[in-house]
Structures are given as structure tokens and as C-alpha cells.
Write a protein that binds this ligand. Structure first.
Ligand SMILES: [Mg+2]
Length: 274
């Protein structure tokens, strides 16, 4: 698994963004807002950070289209097959990822709050098998932070010194039924995460330079503190969707021609290819 050079990550992210917009426009359905929120995070992890022995757990499984598109740009999934089969009856490329059917996806996720428990189990397994090069990455939505199981996993990661594990919170301040501050306010979030013993830092979740800087600093802090790292990545749900970005409405919405055309503007050259 060859890593993408940092200078090439923005172009790769634009390709991921374009592909998932095409998928949702074709399907006229799906969790497009949630997917657009984590494009750069998934691109950064899968193409910029991960080695062959690493595992990525997308806890917010409803953003599966972003994961499929990232894997396609990484060359792990056939893009033609993804385009032909996404959201169709009987497809493997379903609204939530299926387990052990698609290269790069080991677990079914989307039952919210369960991904961190899977991730800590994997990270502990690597420790017990004395595999220091294996790393685990888990992308969690901020809405999932309402789930007690997530905090149980955080406590577990500190207790078992899982410095081979990195969480990234997709911090878009929205969840399916409202703003996170209104549904269940988890602030002050960073203080709570630190109280659970995690190494915490923040990043702009759409900026590859910011993500790389946070990754370096939190990885070092995690090693120094013998604990898991967590990046709270500021993002915009439905980023680029005209009239829908940063709204509850973009959580699950048919992609109209107008919205599709507007959202393509963030795809740069990838969007110009039609
Ligand atoms: Mg959210």
C-alpha cells in the first residue's frame, strides 16, 4: 500500500469528492451531507497515513459513499463497478458498509457508537500479538459522542495504553435530528476527552496541512502519554452544497441537478472532467 505524497492529497480528495457526488446524483438519494463532511479526513487517513497492516473503522457508517469513493481512488475498489452498482438492489455498495465483502472494509458499521469499541479491540489485539507496526484509525461523528459506548471505548483505550490507535471526530456540529448543541450538548468536548486520558488536538478537517500537523503532534503526545490520540476535526456537513451546507436538511437528501452542479465547484479539475 503506497502512500500518496502530501502535495498530491488535495487532488486525490477532489477526486473522492467528485466520485461520491456522482454516486449520490445517480442514486438520487443517500447520506450525502455526512459523506461530504469527512472526504478529506478519509482521504488523509487512507491515502496519506495508512500502511497495509493498518485498519480503518468508519464508525459513522452512513457515510459509506465517502469510504467507497476513497477506496476507489486508492485503487482498492473498482471505480467502474462502484459507479454501476452503488445503491442498487442486491449491491455490496449499500448505504452502510457490509463486513468482509469489500477490500478495505472489515466491519459493518453504522449502528452508531459501535465503531470505537471495534477499534479498541483491534488495537488491543495488535498489542497482545506484539505487532507494533499495526495501527488502527477510527472516524467518529460528533453525534455519536452522545453514546455511552463511545466513552467506554475511550476509557478502555487509556487503561490499555493503546497508543497505536487514533480517533478522528468529524466535528460538524450537526446530527440527524438537529444541532449537536441542541440534541445533547457535549461541550466542553476537549476537556472531557482529556479527562478520559486521551491525547487531544484539533484540526481543520478539510485542510490536509492542518490534518497532517495535528496527526504528527497527537501521535507524539499519544506515544509520550501511553494512550490513544484523538483529533477533533472541524468540518462542515454537506460542504459545498448550495443552500444546504451546514443544515440539518443535508443529512439525507436527494441530489438535484442544481445542488450537484454547485457542489462540483469544490472539486477543482476533477469536477471539470464531467
Ligand atoms: Mg455530526
Amino acid at each position: 500500500m503506497q502512500k500518496t505524497a502530501p502535495s498530491d492529497l488535495p487532488a486525490a480528495g477532489a477526486r473522492v469528492r467528485k466520485l461520491l457526488l456522482d454516486l449520490h446524483y445517480g442514486a438520487r438519494s443517500g447520506h450525502v451531507g455526512s459523506a461530504l463532511s469527512c472526504v478529506e479526513i478519509l482521504t488523509f487517513l487512507r491515502l496519506g497515513c495508512m500502511s497495509a497492516s493498518d485498519t480503518l473503522v468508519l464508525s459513522k457508517g452512513h457515510a459509506a459513499s465517502a469510504l467507497y469513493s476513497t477506496l476507489a481512488v486508492a485503487g482498492e475498489v473498482q471505480e467502474d463497478e462502484l459507479r454501476a452498482r452503488y445503491y442498487k438492489d442486491g449491491t455490496l455498495f449499500s448505504a452502510h458498509p457490509p463486513p468482509n465483502k469489500i477490500s478495505g472494509i472489515r466491519f459493518a458499521t453504522g449502528s452508531l457508537g459501535h465503531g470505537p469499541g471495534i477499534a479498541v479491540g483491534l488495537a488491543l489485539g495488535s498489542k497482545l500479538r506484539k505487532q507494533p507496526d499495526e495501527r488502527v484509525y477510527c472516524v467518529v461523528s460528533d453525534g455519536e459522542l452522545n453514546e455511552g459506548s463511545v466513552w467506554e471505548a475511550f476509557a478502555f483505550s487509556r487503561h490499555f495504553k493503546l497508543d497505536n490507535l487514533l480517533f478522528i471526530v468529524d466535528r460538524n456540529n450537526l446530527q440527524g435530528f438537529g444541532r449537536t448543541s441542541e440534541v445533547m450538548d457535549m461541550s466542553p468536548l476537549n476537556e472531557k476527552l482529556r479527562a478520559f486520558g486521551l491525547a487531544v488536538t484539533e484540526a481543520d478537517g478539510h485542510d490536509f496541512g492542518s490534518l497532517a500537523e495535528a496527526y504528527e503532534s497527537v501521535s507524539q503526545a499519544a506515544r509520550n502519554g501511553s494512550t490513544a490520540g484523538i483529533i477533533v476535526a472541524a468540518t462542515v456537513k454537506g460542504r459545498g452544497m448550495p443552500g444546504l451546507a451546514d443544515t440539518v436538511a443535508c443529512h439525507y437528501v436527494p441530489m438535484t441537478e442544481e445542488v450537484y452542479g454547485g457542489a462540483l465547484k469544490l472539486c477543482g479539475d476533477a469536477g471539470d472532467q464531467g
